[in-house]
Design a protein around this ligand. Structure first.
Ligand SMILES: [Zn+2]
Length: 138
């Protein structure tokens, strides 16, 4: 998918990654971000993170918009997915055995927390932007 590398805002998402890394205390991590294709879509995943704790290196793969099932995207989808995977790194020592009820509950908790953080961010950004608009007469 290299020809689509810059399409669909991957570079914008990379700059968001830089900002979130600092906010989440992950500045010491070397985190790569790339689109992924059907290999994760067919498993029903939106994103994946691969990491080496000792090296503090990670690669986050986010499902390319063209590989998503129709009507599956929500507003801020890319950033929700990015945040979810970053939270996995924040809680890297809280690893769950895959397929257990604990892992399902943990995934849901990361999903809800990540969405909440992203929405609070955009809500604050919206309010700040509107507050800066100069007054004008109707
Ligand atoms: Zn997850």
């Amino acid at each position: 998918m290299s020809e689509l590398e810059d399409a669909y805002g991957l570079n914008e998402l990379k700059s968001r990654l830089k900002e979130w890394k600092a906010i989440l205390g992950l500045s010491d991590w070397d985190i790569k971000l790339e689109w992924s294709g059907y290999e994760i879509a067919c498993r029903g995943d939106q994103a994946q993170v691969f990491f080496v704790v000792g090296d503090q290196t990670a690669t986050i793969k986010i499902l390319h918009p063209e590989a998503r099932p129709p009507d599956s995207s929500t507003p801020y989808q890319d950033e929700d997915d990015l945040m979810h995977e970053l939270l996995h790194l924040v809680f890297v020592h809280q690893r769950q055995q895959e397929g257990t009820i604990e892992s399902v509950v943990f995934e849901q908790a990361l999903h809800k927390t990540g969405r909440a953080i992203v929405r609070l961010y955009y809500e604050a950004r919206f309010k700040n932007s509107c507050a800066k608009e100069p007054d004008h007469d109707e």
